[in-house]
Design a protein around this ligand. Sequence first.
Ligand code: AHR
Length: 318
Amino acid sequence: GSNTSSDKSSAGKGDKQIVMGFSQIGAESEWRTAHTKDIKQAAQDAGIKLIFSDAQQKQENQIKAIRSFIAQGVDIIAFTPIVETGWDTVLKEAKDAKIPVIIVDRDVKLNDDSLYVAKIGTDSVTEGQNAFKWIDEYMKKQNKKPRDGGDKFNIVVLEGTVGSSVAVRRSQGFTEAMKASPDASKYEILASQTGEFTRQKGQEVMESFLKSYGDKIDILFAQNDDMALGAIQAIEAAGLKPGKDITIISIDGVKGIFQAMIEGKSNCTVECNPLQGKLLMETAKKILKGEKVEKNVFVKEGVFPADTAKDTLPSRKY
Ligand code: AHR
């Protein structure tokens, strides 16, 4: 029989199979693993051929991957930018090659926003705000008192990857909400340092926070669950009770933190939704058909305090 491309197509009669180049950051967290898995599954479900590239936490590898996608003549490029800046040149190259680009998960800062067609991601500023608002209410409800006998709750922050939109904006949202609170004067950020979104680094940096400020720390804001899980180990090793002596809030909503909350070791997680694959594939198809798509879309996200963990865990998808 004939061997035309339409015979092989799974994207619809008469269409040839769409090829998407996707550059992922790496595998720094439980969340990221879920994100990758979801994108691969969604591509398969949509009949899109995915060329997947893992940048191992290096922007230069992402830029190389995008250049190689351009050289291979893929139909569409998608990527999760590890940091916000430094993308203008390579995205201009994609635009000159007439290959549309979709930004996924994290955000970018460009001089020219026409360099991408759509952005599908999460609302980091709101996540940061929600983290502070939850803490503020919880400390009041629990009638907590500063551990050092002073008049302020001392906060330590484990930040994400330096220069990433998610770290910058979660910090921004958290401090904005703090300043806007009528209780602003009751809080102080003692220390804020990157834990690179990993368990290992989260544990190490928390160890050093505990060495410097042991009996002063009331609250840990970890910008992802993995760093919180690492920090919990450091807190226990220091002879303190995570979730009690130190109130812990983190971001993501992975199963690991739900388990820790059920065990009483963490207090709340603000969801960051990694299930972006389906929307990404739908958006890619629309773009390639010449249909108009929304320029910026945020996926839905919730807030899960520890007392909801037991009932919620069985329905968690990542
Ligand atoms: O970009 C999303 C963030 O990156 C998640 O919060 C974190 O876990 C991941 O590594």
